[in-house]
Design a protein around this ligand. Structure first.
Ligand code: ADP
Ligand code: 5GP
Length: 211
């Protein structure tokens, strides 16, 4: 394949938001609107929620399997949340980007930090609920967790929000439609960056005698 025909490497958007901020709802809507955008399916040892499917929302694995992946260096990032392990496959992520696909990742603040170190060119977005009271309401409203887990998720949310200072964008999820529109705008704007467009507009320069 000539270098002209190689697709440009895809971009990735890492979305973080405390549990209950609504990031899953916002991410799902974005994925429905942009078929070229792929969801990076994480591995987790957490049991599936009733609405979740293996291989689509997560790859649900045993702890032994997860630890084996860590030992083999297969995970580009991983973290423990609420006693469960979550991580991103290095090979799956890199292969998708290499093939020119854009990726959407749902990771916590530690995962996002590790990705920023490994691949500083990513886009880092933090989804925040409109208030602390609303965060608690949403955590309860989901109805999939015990009281103890809700409490742990709530306390963890408050410490995760302190990491917001180094993110590129902040999306306040007050109204879901407005939050989806904010993420859509970020993605569209990022696809228009000059560095990304240069590959596509190369023929103009070739016809006009180079840059
Ligand atoms: P996360 O992935 O951040 O834990 P979810 O997307 O699962 O959050 O949302 C948590 C709960 O809040 C769900 O019941 C969801 O339907 C609800 N929710 C999400 N966004 C909003 C919003 N803007 N207004 C009201 N409820 C919302
Ligand atoms: P949940 O159990 O609500 O699906 O996710 C719990 C937390 O784990 C959320 O903060 C979510 O962003 C995070 N998470 C999900 N997948 C990954 C992953 O691959 N890596 C890391 N570091 N965190 C993840």
């Amino acid at each position: 394949m000539s270098s002209e025909r190689l697709p440009m490497e895809g971009m990735f958007i890492a979305v973080t938001g405390p549990s209950g901020s609504g990031k899953t709802s916002v991410c799902k809507a974005l994925l429905e609107r942009f078929p070229q955008l792929r969801f990076s399916v994480s591995l987790t040892t957490r049991p599936p929620r009733p609405t979740e499917a293996d291989g689509k929302d997560y790859h649900f694995v045993t702890e032994a399997e997860f630890r084996d992946r860590i030992d083999r260096g297969d995970l580009i990032e991983w973290a423990e949340n609420f006693g469960q392990l979550y991580g991103t496959s290095r090979e799956t992520m890199e292969a998708a980007l290499r093939d020119g696909h854009d990726l959407l990742l749902d990771v916590d603040t530690r995962g996002a930090r590790a990705l920023k170190k490994a691949r500083p060119g990513g886009i880092f977005v933090f989804v925040i609920p409109p208030s602390i009271e609303e965060l608690e309401r949403r955590l309860r409203g989901r109805g999939s967790e015990t009281e103890e887990t809700i409490r742990r998720r709530f306390d963890n949310a408050l410490s995760e929000i302190r990491e917001i200072v180094w993110y590129d964008y902040i999306i306040m999820n007050d109204k879901l439609d407005a939050a989806i529109e904010r993420l859509r705008s970020i993605y569209v704007a990022e696809t228009c960056r000059r560095e990304r467009m240069m590959v596509k507009i190369k023929p103009f320069f070739e016809r006009s005698g180079g840059i």
